[in-house]
Design a protein around this ligand. Structure first.
Ligand code: ADP
Ligand code: ZN
Ligand code: MG
Length: 469
């Protein structure tokens, strides 16, 4: 296959909105979802004469993100003016950073196809978001300036990524780390995390980079993967035909999964960057950085290790439980209330992943205890969990007592049900005796039914194996 001779080279630019209360240069609210154009003022609209004031919280959050992503923090830094015209940017320039970004030389460690790998982070800079254009069939294109001036960080990776899987894993790791730091809510659907993919191809073994295309408008993990797979083949096909890859910005169309040329890639020179005259360059002290560093929580990778050691969880379980910090916190709290943290992990992973609103942790811990002590079987545990999720106010203990759900495990108590099941399933009994061990299942099932699901299935199998010897 011709595609096997080539490799893809990918670098990502990830834009993340910071969760500050107010915008980066004015005191307008950053709340998502307000009526269009109700959260703007002369500063974020860029009216003549209006002067910006840098939001200290935005600087703090950007540094926090940088520390969590293993970056060096520039002690001397500055905002720069990036000039361009686009209808979503009434000022006709964006205040960003150019050659002195807040953070540089970081990395994220990812695990893809079982291998660990570091993806370098070239730099993280602070900038303001632009407004949002709404294309309406009747009214034409409308502009909502509420987003103008919302603080953003742009996280630029080295071209270290070699597959769609690595790209997706990288963004997922970034998202999880940023969630833990609390600097952003990183919601792809709401656009608080947005991602541009830069991709080039080259023959395997070559050391020179090929010409890259920048893919925009990708707003889900699935689309990141689709856009990459499509663009890789498009570029390889072009190279194979002897064409030169045009360096350009392309748009991903989620309807047909293809990418389309939008515009030639602008050169940095065309933006006429210059130091922002309205905001003086500033110094960041070691003290200030240390203060932010001590506030950093334990990050997902370390958390994962901790859960594996402390609760004996598998790597897979620990990974799922640490994806989201609030779920992880819930797990740790509930785990402190039960002697069966593995049962708790199983329930959270198999029964509660889709569940937006987690049940009362102490009640859930009780269910785990009863389960672990074998007072109830897994059927009953599920039943109790359902009652809990449906808002049943009784404790699991009460429900077990009132509805007589205690597991039946003793041989004396089970024997009558076992005998009845043997009498009623002669065919299975004969099959089993003839060597079809799977036939036992039907007889166990019959006991489960006659006990309304309360029998200890393992015990029943043991008794049956013994009786039918
Ligand atoms: P721009 O704003 O012009 O897109 P940036 O420096 O912000 O430039 O981002 C460039 C991104 O493209 C980085 O993530 C970098 O790793 C990636 N990149 C640069 N050259 C290549 C290449 N030849 N192939 C793939 N990715 C590349
Ligand atoms: Zn404003
Ligand atoms: Mg770019």
């Amino acid at each position: 296959m011709v595609y096997d001779v080539y490799e893809m080279v990918i670098g990502l630019e990830v834009h993340v909105e910071l969760k500050t209360e107010t915008k980066i240069f004015c005191s307008c609210s950053t709340a998502f979802g307000a009526e269009p154009n109700t959260q703007c003022c002369p500063v974020c609209m860029g009216l003549p004469g209006a002067l910006p004031t840098l939001n200290k919280k935005a600087v703090e959050y950007a540094i926090k993100a940088g520390l969590a992503l293993n970056c060096d923090i520039n002690r001397y830094t500055r905002m720069d003016r990036k000039n361009y015209f686009y209808p979503d940017l009434p000022k006709a320039y964006q205040i960003s950073q150019y050659d002195l970004p807040l953070c540089k030389n970081g990395y994220v460690e990812i695990e893809s196809s079982g291998k660990r790998k570091k993806i370098g982070i070239t730099r993280i800079h602070l900038e303001e978001d632009a407004g949002k254009l709404i294309h309406d069939a009747d009214a034409g294109t409308l502009i909502d300036c509420n987003r103008c001036g919302v603080p953003l960080i742009e996280i630029v990776s080295e071209p270290d990524i070699r597959s769609a899987e690595e790209a997706v894993t990288y963004v997922k790791s970034l998202r999880s780390i940023l969630l833990y730091t609390g600097v952003s809510d990183v919601k792809m659907q709401e656009g608080s995390l947005r991602c541009d993919v830069n991709l080039s191809v080259r023959r395997r073994g070559d050391s020179m980079l090929g010409n890259r295309c920048e893919l925009k408008n990708i707003n889900s993990f699935r689309f990141i993967a689709e856009a990459i797979e499509y663009e890789f083949r498009r570029q390889v096909d072009a190279v194979e035909r002897g064409e030169l890859i045009v360096i350009e910005t392309r748009r991903f169309d989620q309807n047909d999964g293809k990418t389309y040329a939008m515009r030639p890639k602008e050169d940095a020179g065309e933006y006429r960057f210059f130091p922002e005259p309205d905001i003086p360059a500033f110094l960041i002290s070691d003290d200030y950085i240390s203060k932010i560093a001590v506030e950093l929580p334990m990050l997902p990778d370390a958390k994962k290790e901790m859960l594996m050691v402390k609760y004996g969880l598998t790597k897979y379980d620990a990974e799922l439980l640490t994806e989201n910090p609030s779920r992880c916190e819930y797990y740790e709290f509930a785990a402190s209330k039960t002697n069966y943290p593995k049962i708790l992990a199983n329930i959270m992973i198999s029964e509660l992943t889709e569940c937006a609103c987690l049940p009362d942790a102490e009640m859930l811990a009780q269910i785990c205890n009863f389960s672990g002590e074998e007072r109830i079987n897994s059927n009953t545990a599920k039943k109790l969990l359902t009652s809990l999720l449906n808002g049943d106010k009784r404790t699991p203990e009460d429900i077990i007592r009132e509805e007589n759900l205690e597991q039946i495990s003793s041989v004396e108590a089970l024997m009558p049900f076992v005998e009845e099941a043997i009498a009623g399933n002669q065919k299975s009994v004969n099959d089993y005796k003839a060597g079809k061990s799977a036939a036992l299942k039907a007889i166990v099932g019959s006991v489960m039914r006659s006990t309304s699901g309360r029998a200890n299935a393992v015990k029943v199998s043991e008794i049956l194996a013994d009786v039918l010897k």
